[in-house]
Design a binder for this molecule. Structure first.
Ligand code: SF4
Length: 344
């Protein structure tokens, strides 16, 4: 529902879905650290981290992030490198940059906005995050729509429309909005997302334990394996390359990505052979794989000797320093493979 739009009358079925979902959620759900708070800052950080990332992977990052930046003001005062260093490994780094920029705007305005439109206007916040933060922190009656919610809605109403089409998403958003209990929008949204994450699974939905089984049309009509439908699939792009582990006197040689790079600008990475034409290549250490969106990387990891001095984008780091810099995930995986372990 957009601000200013009059809500449609809520049907009996919608009320039933809402009642069943809230009852199920109240009986128990995963104990995730961001569920214990109404602090909009903490909820916002968790929602940004959870975009494209599994809850279990987010937990340690969330704890470290809030320990280092416990308030919006603390985040607003941090340097970009400090924020990126803590985000290293989570991927999709524009999320971290936007988080810091938004924190500066919030701190300058004197506090977290309490209205949907103002939350939505912050950098890096779309409809989903504005609805999640607004409903959980401030009780604003806006239904969230993410991949989990799309799947549940598609199955409950048994609608085989393409969920990558904008029109379908808007229609499904209206269904979720109809279901939403305006007295408990935060719990309702969390319940719907929890159902999608733990019960209404993409491949094998656990219909036998689902609170919505009695009102789910896909279940009744035996089509849970056919909905939701997503037509627009991106073809995978496979890329390969080599990363060099260059060590000298307990230090590691890293190369900084160009400030104008399209991805991960300013991040530190292991050099490739083409970065160090004079390097002497040593033994093959192994191979790592990394996937980001539809890009699938296969990278060979080799030891090498080279002796560039600091400068021209290269720098030698001690192992202890590695946890304090923005550092690419592929480099972390490669160092792990080489047995080089450091603390975050
Ligand atoms: S009954 Fe099955 S398909 Fe329907 S919402 Fe529940 S888990 Fe999903």
């Amino acid at each position: 529902m957009k601000p200013g739009v009059k809500p449609a009358p809520v049907s009996k079925d919608a009320k039933e879905v809402s009642r069943l979902l809230l009852g199920w959620y109240a009986r128990g759900h995963r104990d995730l650290p961001w569920r214990d708070t109404r602090d909009p800052y903490a909820i916002w950080v968790s929602e940004i981290m959870l975009q494209q990332t599994r809850a279990q992977a987010v937990i340690p990052y969330y704890g470290r992030f809030l320990e280092r930046f416990p308030t919006v003001s603390a985040l607003a005062a941090a340097t970009e490198d400090e924020v990126l260093a803590l985000w290293s490994g989570l991927g999709y780094y524009s999320r971290a940059r936007n988080l810091r920029r938004a924190a500066q705007l919030i701190a300058a305005a004197g506090g977290f906005p309490r209205e949907y439109a103002a939350i939505r206007a912050l950098p890096g916040i779309g409809d989903y995050t504005a609805a999640a933060v607004g409903s959980i922190a401030f009780g604003l009656p806006f239904a969230v729509l993410d991949g989990n919610v799309l799947r549940v809605v598609a199955r409950v109403v048994n609608d085989a429309s393409d969920i990558s089409a904008g029109r379908t998403r808007e229609r499904f958003r209206a269904v979720a909005q109809q279901w939403l209990d305006a007295r408990e929008p935060g719990h309702f949204n969390q319940a719907l997302m929890e159902l999608g994450a733990t019960v209404c699974l993409p491949r094998n939905p656990l219909c036998r334990v689902c609170p919505l089984a009695a009102c789910c049309r896909a279940r009744q009509e035996g089509t849970t394996g056919q909905v939701p439908v997503k037509l627009r699939k991106t073809e995978p792009i496979r890329l390969s390359g080599t990363l060099l582990v260059v060590r000298h006197g307990g230090r590691i040689l890293l190369r900084q990505r160009d400030a104008a790079a399209s991805r991960m600008a300013g991040f530190w990475d292991l050099p490739a052979p083409e970065d160090l034409p004079a390097a002497k290549l040593g033994a093959r250490i192994g191979e790592i794989r990394h996937t980001i969106t539809h890009y699938h990387y296969t990278l060979e990891v080799r030891s090498a000797t080279a002796s560039p001095t600091d400068g021209d984008g290269f720098r030698w780091f001690t192992i202890a320093q590695l946890g304090e810099i923005p550092f690419s995930t592929t480099a972390r995986k490669a160092l792990h493979l080489a047995g080089i372990v450091y603390k975050l």
